[in-house]
Design a protein around this ligand. Structure first.
Ligand code: AMP
Ligand code: GLY
Length: 430
């Protein structure tokens, strides 16, 4: 006889490819009764109930949680976490019983403030680039600090700047001008009231994803994303144009270094500093020589990394969420699919600059050898139309990443929308 599970009503917050992937994975769980996504997209609409509310409208979220008897909330993007959604639940008698996957505000500062993250790493001896931070009151000292560094110069707005707050400049005069633009002329608004200037790290990037229940951790597969719009990693930064998991150059020896030098001190750091952390830790790393160094912490999963990491997770994800909420993560076995997974992101022509929306997307139903995760796509008059820059992520499995990527490109042949663009070189550097 089939084992009886306690059914749960689950809400995923967000509307991208990451959230469609979460919804796809949760929908396969034996523990999921009804699944809601807010606000969701055309992909989540097909497998869950979309709720039309903003991820930072906490009062509306509370009403939806009460109205639909939701037991578990999975927070996709960083904004609600940095604004304290987990604390909002804990501080309200009517909803404090609801499990929230995502760290509390104090811990979300690891993504909300670059300076906070740097100080955390220094305190816990976690390898990262040397740095100093400045405000408009000591711009002159910032210029002097820049003069002590070799180019290229890395300037980071302290706060959240929708992924645009990092500038890498080759010329010292340009670096000084940009520092002034950020601090004095508020180039990134509030986010650049403070600027972190750091040493440039030369190496290849990868990301490590960790589950934390505040006490113990489990490491998920690594992934590498492709952030630039152009082939050969050229042009403007985007949210991410494709991803590969696992990362072929992440050998066992290198993974052990990541775990011992970075993951363990990070989780220990949460405890020592009283940072309540039930959620995903996304550690952006750079391999310098043979050693990992941290570029940044994010307090959520990556997008499009989620589209390659979750498809490789065999364990029931709701069981994992329950264990995270109950602080029993140590007792769970995380089973990973040996196959590689890759994803290629289809974007609206013009992205990451101005682009048009509302273009009909055809051919999705003909994709049968890959998973088609919707991102900036919505239903309109029973048609699926584009509604954002990143429109879909086409994920495939393979015995090697080369085989998987070939499948993604074959599947993409079926899909059309006006001015569709994608990179044809995902994995080129591996
Ligand atoms: P972040 O928003 O911190 O992820 O930075 C955006 C991108 O800038 C990263 O993905 C890296 O490619 C690059 N970057 C950030 N910090 C450094 C650094 N110290 N050295 C070299 N590249 C960096
Ligand atoms: N793909 C990078 C991010 O989600 O921040």
């Amino acid at each position: 006889m089939r084992k009886q599970f306690v059914d749960m009503n689950i809400l995923v917050l967000g509307s991208g490819g990451r959230e469609h992937t979460f919804a796809w994975k949760i929908a396969q769980s034996a523990h999921c009764k009804t699944l809601f996504v807010a606000p969701g997209n055309s992909g989540t609409d097909a497998i869950a109930t979309n709720l039309d509310l903003a991820v930072t409208d906490f009062d509306a979220i509370k009403n939806a949680v009460l109205h639909n008897s939701i037991d578990l909330v999975v927070v996709g993007p960083e904004d609600p976490l940095v604004q304290g959604i987990h604390d909002f639940f804990l501080n309200d008698d009517e909803i404090k019983h609801v499990s929230v996957i995502g760290p509390q505000k104090a811990a979300a500062e690891l993504e909300g403030s670059k300076e906070f993250a740097k100080e955390f790493m220094m305190r816990h001896n976690i390898p990262t680039a040397a740095y100093k931070s400045f405000t408009k009151n000591n711009v002159e000292e910032g210029y002097k600090f820049l003069e002590t560094l070799n180019p290229p110069y890395v300037l980071k707005a302290d706060g959240l700047a929708a992924g645009k707050g990092v500038l890498i400049l080759n010329d010292i005069d340009e670096a000084k001008t940009e520092l002034k633009n950020m601090l004095v002329d508020a180039k990134f608004g509030e986010a650049s009231t403070k600027v972190v200037i750091e040493e440039f790290l030369d190496g290849i990037e990868l990301s490590c994803f960790v589950l934390s229940d505040g006490k113990d951790y489990k490491i998920l597969p690594t992934a590498k994303d492709y952030k630039r719009i152009g082939e050969g990693d050229t042009g403007l930064n985007t949210g991410g144009m494709g991803a590969v998991s696992p990362v072929p150059f992440a050998t066992t020896d290198f993974l052990n270094k990541i775990e011992n030098q970075i993951v363990k001190p990070t989780i220990e750091g949460f405890k020592k500093d009283n940072l309540p952390y039930v959620g995903f830790v996304f550690i952006g790393l750079i391999k310098v020589g043979n050693d990992p160094k941290v570029i940044e912490y994010n307090v959520r999963m990556g997008d499009p990394e989620t589209e390659v990491v979750l498809p490789r997770l065999k364990t029931d994800i709701v069981e994992i969420f329950k264990a995270m909420s109950n602080q029993t993560l140590a007792n769970i076995d995380i089973e990973i699919d040996e196959r590689a997974a890759t994803t290629v992101v289809l974007v609206s022509g013009g992205y990451p600059e101005a682009y048009q929306k509302g273009k009909e997307i055809t051919g999705i139903e003909a994709v049968n050898n890959s998973l088609a995760f919707h991102a900036g796509a919505k239903l309109q008059d029973e048609k699926v139309v584009t509604s954002g820059g990143r429109v879909m992520a086409i994920t495939s499995y393979g015995n090697t990443y080369q085989e998987a990527i070939k499948k993604s490109y074959q599947s993409i042949e079926h899909i059309h929308f006006d001015k569709m663009y994608y990179r044809k070189d995902i994995g080129f550097d591996l």
